[in-house]
Design a protein around this ligand. Structure first.
Ligand code: A3P
Length: 296
């Protein structure tokens, strides 16, 4: 189906008509945050589900009960989707855990007044694109990506669900109150998951023994997490996600774009990236990695 059939525009960003209903968008707009809420913020395909596993495990001191009994979307619900309106989130005990794919400019008033804690997960956009391309072939509620070069152009133009990766990352990097935001990359988590878990726990002011950190990191390794039915999307009906084409936890690696993009596509991506990111001072891990490859 086409964009017109599946998507709706909200604050100039494509959302899903069936998931982001007027009621749920109003719910998001009126939501009352608490200062100790923890919000996982991501552009899609950047490591949301991974963080929806890590953060609850940290907050429970390593007790797997919640990640074994609650689906990731109930355990750390997206605030903007219609099912969240019925979860009675206002009754949940503190500290509550939420997720959102929304851009900084789309956050509601209470967010800016109350300043909850944010964990912003970012990923090499070429890998985000690759993951998004595969996901778009699997998920019937997304517009079929069509030929790769067409989907690439849509991705770079922000004409995909949740809009432009560039706007997303630039908005959140330029956020006020940066002491309330932890920026972490998918690449850092792949390189050293134990260290990443330890840093997240420190940011969340949840002191944990080295042994517990190790247990959490082990549980959240790709191959182990893939087995968790509460996190691997196997509960989603096959009409919505055709897992015979690809699993939701698909490859879980860095640099898969090299298997996906042609040389010309990768060069085009770099040209657009350099232009759109020219004013951004932040040192991304993936830029450094690619530099090392070229010089090393
Ligand atoms: P790939 O498609 O490249 O494999 P999101 O949850 O934001 O939609 O992101 C999905 C991406 O995160 C997928 O990437 C998925 O495999 C990856 N992912 C999920 N859990 C992971 C884990 N434990 N380790 C590494 N990658 C993980």
């Amino acid at each position: 189906m086409s964009e017109a059939e599946l998507y709706t525009q909200h604050k100039e960003v494509y959302l899903l008509s069936g998931l982001h209903t007027p009621q749920s968008l109003q719910y998001f707009e009126d939501f009352t945050f608490r200062h100790d809420d923890i919000i996982i913020v991501t552009y899609p395909k950047s490591g949301t589900t991974w963080m929806q596993e890590i953060v609850p495990l940290i907050m429970s001191g390593g007790d797997p009960a919640s990640v074994e009994s609650l689906h990731n979307w109930d355990r750390v619900p997206w605030l903007e989707i219609y099912s969240s309106c019925n979860l009675e989130l206002e009754k949940r005990p503190s500290p509550r855990m939420f997720a959102t794919h929304f851009q900084y400019k789309m956050m509601p008033r209470s967010f800016f007044e109350v300043k909850p804690k944010v964990i912003y997960v970012m990923r090499n956009p070429k890998d985000v694109f690759t993951s998004y391309l595969h996901y778009s072939k699997v998920a019937s509620f997304l517009v079929n990506p069509g030929p790769q070069r067409e989907f690439l152009q849509k991705f770079l133009d922000g004409k995909v669900l949740h809009g432009s990766w560039f706007d997303h990352i630039k908005g959140w990097l330029n956020a006020e109150d940066k002491d309330r935001i932890m920026y972490i990359s998918y690449e850092e988590m792949i390189t050293d998951l134990k260290d990443s878990v330890a840093r997240i726990a420190q940011y969340l002011e949840k002191p944990l023994d080295a042994e517990v950190i190790e247990k959490i990191a082990d549980r959240c390794l790709f191959e182990n997490m893939k087995k968790n039915k509460m996190s691997n999307y196997s509960a989603v009906p096959s009409e919505l996600m055709d897992r015979t084409k690809s699993e939701f936890l698909r490859k879980g690696i860095t640099g898969d774009w090299k298997n996906q993009l042609t040389v010309a596509e990768a060069e085009y991506f770099d040209t657009v990236y350099k232009d759109k990111m020219k004013d951004v001072k932040y040192k991304f891990v993936w830029d450094q990695n690619e530099l090392d490859e070229h010089t090393g």
